[in-house]
Ligand binder design. Structure first.
Ligand code: SF4
Ligand code: SF3
Length: 545
């Protein structure tokens, strides 16, 4: 019997093989199919833009933004709204048809570049034939999806940078050229492996672009103590990763008596000088994304989701849940607009004024802000600690958090680390250990939080800096181990970027991706020493040699 859907892009995929009836994340089959069609039509459009570029014709930034946002909306837990996907497919086809008219050489275009329809029933039929399983060879399928998920992750960086007015046309052109190559049935598995590495290279460029956008706009993150308790004013909770949306809300709430709290991946906003200056940005509420059903309920006020991760909301707070940007949920109001500064959030602010203040769920504070410049400022201290043996090893434990019980491994691992080990983190994976009292080493906290998953670039820069300072030839000679937790596709691009930078022996958990075929997994194991996780005890033995 034919599957109603097929998706295996995230770590929580059903049975570690694929969601075929409904997504573990709550994604419905119709939504999954429209996402497949959006990816297919985006590939078709990308083939046309790539050919136009080869003919020396310029592609307008709006077309780049459209393709980037198409990819981003299909990231796990970003958007559950079918209407959004139908509309984006229609828009993509329209733009593609217009661009086809500008193309001189129309020979041998793929079916994806030529297919078009205005009939939604046709969309559904087509969607059934263009999903992941349309590629029959399991190794080619595996590599194509590995690259696609890497590009989805990259699209997130690019979209956030674009929202701040930063753009890199070479990254856009690469994403589109690569999407087009994924339609090419003549590419061999070896060529796709090479393309995977090139995706990692552009992943680094995409991260660098976002880093520049964030630090130019908001200053370099600095060590900051963030309150995790609550005040007495009503509040708005901002989640997701888009700093520009948060800034817009901070500006619009100033002087209204409404406080703003960050949630999950928005926590690192507190580390930026130009965001922390707002006195009514009072703290961080709750934990990683997957606990939101309880935490959004007890927050009492409106919640703004600027990107992933949305958990299908309970009725008790659905009318206080709002989305913007790539995020969407049927029945929840969506704020349109490309960049935060163009959005009018007065409806949320008025609603907040009528809501009770958040219910306190914890008290105290957490420390973060250890992005590259802040760590470089502490370099002497860090280097002395390494030289004296006070710090023996760094553990990069970046990535995502998730529901799986097996992820308690990361809490236990952090607790079991020797006292001379320091954790370098980024992403919502940190919530597994950022509230433990792990102490410090000569004033250097044992958990150094660089920021969001999008800020994993900082961890790469820190490693490269240490390599330079210690005069090493190879980044793998450093006393740094990588024990990364993944969930969605931004972790895929982080992984590919690290591989491109030459990092070996990365441990990836809590399970290896279902989209890696045995042969592709073998290439990763043999070439890069990628491994899964075992027990805390066994893994510590491996890591500590
Ligand atoms: Fe399943 Fe993950 Fe896809 Fe959701 S995103 S349908 S949980 S594989
Ligand atoms: Fe988390 Fe969704 Fe990936 Fe940004 S919020 S790290 S999972």
């Amino acid at each position: 019997m034919e599957n109603a859907m097929f998706c295996y892009q995230c770590q929580e995929t059903a049975g570690c093989t694929g969601c075929t009836k409904v997504g573990v994340c709550g994604k419905k089959p119709e939504t999954a199919r429209m996402q497949d069609l959006l990816i297919y039509t985006s590939k078709g459009l990308s083939e046309v833009t790539t050919r136009l570029r080869k003919e020396g014709k310029e592609i307008e930034s709006d077309v780049d933004f459209l393709i980037t946002l198409n990819l981003f909306t299909t990231i796990t837990n970003a958007n559950f709204d079918d209407d959004v996907f139908y509309d984006r497919v229609k828009m993509t086809l329209k733009v593609k048809n217009d661009l086809l008219n500008k193309l001189t050489n129309k020979e041998n275009l793929s079916e994806a570049a030529l297919w078009t329809s205005e009939d939604e029933n046709e969309f559904d039929k087509k969607a059934m034939t263009v999903g992941v399983l349309a590629t029959e060879n399991e190794d080619v399928r595996s590599l194509r999806e590995l690259i696609t998920y890497g590009l989805k992750g990259m699209s997130a960086y690019v979209k956030h940078a674009n929202a701040l007015g930063f753009n890199d046309v070479s990254v856009n052109a690469f994403m589109q050229e690569t999407l087009a190559k994924l339609l090419d049935n003549t590419l061999t598995a070896d060529e796709l492996v090479a393309l995977t590495m090139e995706t990692g290279k552009f992943g680094v460029n995409g991260m660098a672009l976002l880093d520049k956008a964030n630090t130019t706009t908001y200053g370099n993150p600095e060590i900051t103590k963030v309150n995790i308790g609550v005040g007495t004013n009503p509040g708005i909770l901002v989640s997701g990763h888009d700093l520009k949306d948060l800034e817009a809300l901070l500006i619009q709430t100033e002087g209204t008596g409404v406080d703003v709290y960050t949630h999950s991946e928005m926590l690192p906003a507190h580390y930026y000088p130009h965001l922390k200056k707002y006195k009514h940005l009072v703290g961080n509420y709750g934990n990683a994304w997957w606990k939101q059903k309880e935490e959004f309920e007890s927050f009492n006020g409106p919640i703004l989701m600027t990107t992933n991760c949305i958990v299908p909301p309970k009725d008790s707070y659905k009318d206080r849940l709002f989305t913007t940007g790539a995020a969407g949920y049927p029945g929840c109001k969506h704020f349109e607009g490309f960049s935060g500064d163009k959005k009018d959030f007065s409806e949320i602010i008025e609603l907040a004024k009528k809501c009770p203040a958040p219910t306190e769920i914890e008290t105290g504070s957490i420390i973060g802000g250890f992005a590259h410049e802040q760590v470089f400022a502490l370099a002497d201290k860090v280097i002395d600690a390494v030289k004296s043996g006070a710090i023996k090893k760094f553990f990069v434990m970046a990535g995502c958090d998730g529901r799986a019980k097996s992820r308690n491994y990361y809490t236990e691992f952090a607790q079991a680390l020797p006292k001379d080990a320091v954790i370098l983190t980024a992403g919502c994976a940190k919530y597994k250990y950022n509230k433990l009292d792990l102490g410090d080493i000569g004033g250097i906290p044992r958990v150094l939080d660089a920021g969001q998953c999008n800020d994993s670039y900082s961890l790469a820069l820190i490693a490269l800096k240490l390599k330079e300072v210690f005069g090493l030839d190879d980044v793998n000679e450093l006393p740094i181990a990588y024990n990364i937790a993944w969930y969605e596709q931004k972790a895929v691009i982080v992984l590919l970027s690290l591989l491109y930078l030459g990092v070996k022996n990365i441990h990836l958990g809590p399970t290896l991706p279902a989209f890696l075929s045995p042969n592709v997994a073998k290439v990763l194991v043999d070439t890069f020493g990628i491994a899964g996780i075992g027990t805390v005890e066994d893994d510590l033995k491996i890591f500590l040699g």
